[in-house]
Ligand binder design. Structure first.
Ligand SMILES: [Zn+2]
Length: 339
């Protein structure tokens, strides 16, 4: 009897400690709470397309190294036609752990579609333009953040030296390799082996050029900032006055919703960063491109924004997105200098 008890006790302890003996944490189920995980995002985009077939079209831009589709949803009247209309791009989820930066652009898509029939302003934007939303550029990293390491940032590229991941927002080809990016594969800001070495950034590059997008917002968190180029240098961009005006207008419109302050500033004021999406788009095509750093303001709670903040963060960002759509559709676009 005593031996049996000891055996049970022993197996219990073995069970208890078998998990901690392993360096790699066991992946958990892909549960992101009220945030969308990749499967839920895929489902929601399909649902929107099914519910609004005249206005929404979901396309896969390509497949990641782990075979996940990178989805884009196009929102326009006559959505299956390529009309000669102004195009704008909203992209989220460059960085895996920034979950709110996926849900905000996803909720933007849903809001535009659900308000088309009832809101004249929304209808006008959808009728007169092509609105493209890529809610999750880094699905591999995001899935890893959901199942295994909540604070994962990069994609899941195997660097071949025991490390994984390239910082997608240091991999774009404008001033690639400059300050605020790292050549070390171990670094959180590893820029990759070459400009546009990663499929994810190639897709944004090719998309922006093919569609001649007139403006872009790239969502991140955290810090509550509306950032405009440059990020690679403290020197002002040639169009700094206009970029600053647009950023200030967006920050004011965000504040007006819940009186939550997002500070408009040049990207380099936060810290120098080379090879990011907005420097590339603005540097290559001279159209306005912004990084919006969403809630919270500070490192507590930092990336782990409670899911009760999803809706208010979206609500306060909606008018800023609508403003940039309106501005781009009214011909505010700076001269294109596409190669
Ligand atoms: Zn980020």
């Amino acid at each position: 009897m005593k031996n049996k008890f000891q055996a049970i006790l022993l197996s219990y302890f073995l069970l208890l400690f078998s998990g901690s003996a392993c360096d790699t944490p066991e992946p958990g189920p892909p549960d992101a709470g009220l945030y969308h995980n990749y499967a839920e995002l895929t489902q929601e985009l399909a649902r929107l397309q099914a519910q609004f077939p005249e206005l929404a079209k979901v396309v896969s831009l390509g497949k990641t190294v782990e075979s996940r589709d990178i989805w884009a949803i196009k929102i326009s009247d006559n959505v299956t036609a390529n009309e000669d209309e102004s195009e704008i791009l909203f992209v989220g989820g460059h960085h895996a752990r920034e979950w709110i930066a996926v849900d905000v652009p996803l909720l933007l898509a849903r809001n535009l579609l659900e308000n088309y029939a009832s809101d004249a302003r929304t209808k006008n934007y959808i009728d007169n333009g092509e609105i493209w939303i890529i809610p999750l550029l880094n699905p591999d990293g995001h899935q890893y953040s959901v199942t295994t390491n909540r604070l994962w940032r990069k994609n899941r590229r195997n660097n071949g030296d025991g490390t994984f991941g390239v910082d997608l927002n240091r991999n774009y080809g404008y001033q690639w390799g400059g300050p605020g990016s790292s050549g070390s594969t171990f670094s959180e800001t590893y820029r990759g082996t070459a400009p546009f070495s990663e499929l994810e950034t190639q897709l944004i590059r090719d998309f922006a050029i093919e569609h001649q997008v007139a403006a872009m917002i790239s969502y991140h968190n955290y810090s509550q900032l509306v950032l405009f180029p440059w990020g690679f240098t403290n020197a002002p961009a040639p169009d700094q006055t206009l970029l600053s005006q647009l950023a200030t207008t967006m920050a004011d419109s965000i504040f007006a919703v819940h009186r939550v302050r997002y500070t408009p500033e040049q990207s380099s004021d936060l810290y120098l960063a080379s090879g990011d999406a907005t420097d590339w788009l603005y540097g290559e095509t001279r159209v306005p491109a912004f990084t919006i750093e969403l809630r919270p303001r500070s490192s507590s709670p930092g990336f782990i924004l409670p899911d009760r903040d999803i809706q208010p963060t979206f609500q306060e960002n909606l008018p800023a997105a609508l403003f940039l759509i309106q501005w781009s559709q009214q011909g505010g676009t700076m001269t294109l200098r596409l190669k």
